[in-house]
Ligand binder design. Structure first.
Ligand code: BV8
Ligand code: ZN
Length: 261
């Protein structure tokens, strides 16, 4: 089925020099990563807002670690989908293409995207809360109780609590990632909001910043969200279908980044 894109959208994309794409859990859904507000998996009885918080972690690090170990296992076993690949291809088509993701699954990088701003961290990285040492997943084992840091300082083991390097609710998101994202949104010609319900801030304010700064706002989602009425275009459908179709449609029109025919 070949998707129809409006002339207005194609004109905007063809004349665009700076594109920003904001992605949420919906982009990874077709890879088999459960979304947050969908009702899937054994963890649906907990709300992410209850588990992905510092309080939950300090109260019960073991439970929070079990949830992340479960998600790490899922993420290690899946592949980026056609939507991730299409976004990596789009990066080559424009003078400036900034990908901002709320996802922590690292699938954009694995699909080949080079400029990825990770607003909420990355599940493949962990760090010690005491000495700040960084650990990859294969350096962290969940034996009885949450993982402890074994770095030695003057012969003594640090023994600090190790946690996933992700932004929890109530925590500040990485400042440099946020600043770069907000700056990119302010100067975007076209802003794509893809596979996000737009309820988590400050990420959800990026499309608003872009729109206010004059960007053409496009939403790609399987259902309408709070953003849909504000968007200039609502492309209904799965990102794994819509994005490759948009890529194919663009391919014929753009010779190389920045020079439009
Ligand atoms: C902050 C990492 C400043 C962890 C995540 C009270 C106290 C403190 C803060 C707050 C508060 N009240 C509100 C806040 C702000 C809070 C917030 O926004 N809360 C919400 C719930 C109201 N934000 C924060 O706390 C942020 N920090 O504000 O710091 C501060 C500090 C102290 C005090 C005050 C302020 C930090 C937020 C970061 C949270 N961490 N993830 C982890 O992943 O384990 S957020 C989590 O939700 C994920 O990152 C996820 O990506 C994100 C957003 O969800 P979505 O990506 O949109 O996913 P969702 O399932 O919701 O939607 C999927 C969409 O895809 C749907 O629309 C669906 O239709 C669509 N879809 C499905 N399939 C497809 C599809 N679309 C296309 N194709 C498909 N195939
Ligand atoms: Zn340590």
């Amino acid at each position: 089925m070949s998707m129809k894109f409006s002339n207005r959208l194609m004109e905007r994309l063809i004349e665009a020099r700076r594109i920003v794409a904001l992605t949420g859990a919906g982009v990874s859904a077709e890879s088999g990563v459960p979304t947050f507000r969908g009702n899937d998996g054994i963890w649906s009885r907990f709300k992410p807002e209850e588990l992905a918080t510092v309080d939950a972690f300090m109260k019960n690090p073991q439970l929070v670690w079990e949830w992340y170990a479960h998600r790490k296992k899922i993420i290690a076993s899946i592949q980026p989908n056609a939507g991730h690949v299409a976004l990596a291809r789009m990066e080559e088509m424009f003078e400036q293409f900034v990908l901002v993701t709320q996802n922590i699954d690292n699938l954009h990088r694995r699909a080949g995207s080079k400029t990825v701003l990770e607003l909420h961290g990355n599940i493949e990285r962990n760090y010690c809360m005491k000495c700040g040492s960084i650990f990859a997943n294969d350096e962290v084992t969940i034996q009885a109780g949450a993982p402890r840091c074994e770095k030695k300082y003057e012969g003594l083991s640090c023994d600090g609590l190790v946690r996933p390097d992700v932004a929890w609710f109530g925590e500040l998101i990485p400042e440099d990632q946020w600043k770069q994202s907000a700056r990119a949104a302010e100067s975007a010609d076209v802003f794509l909001s893809i596979g996000t319900s737009g309820v988590v801030y400050p990420a959800a304010s990026l499309p608003l910043i872009a729109k206010r700064s004059g960007a053409y706002l496009v939403e790609v989602n399987t259902e309408r969200t709070a953003l849909s009425d504000l968007a200039d275009e609502f492309l209904e459908g799965a990102s794994g279908v819509v994005l490759p179709a948009l890529c194919d449609r663009l391919k014929g029109t753009i010779r190389s980044p920045g020079t439009i025919v």
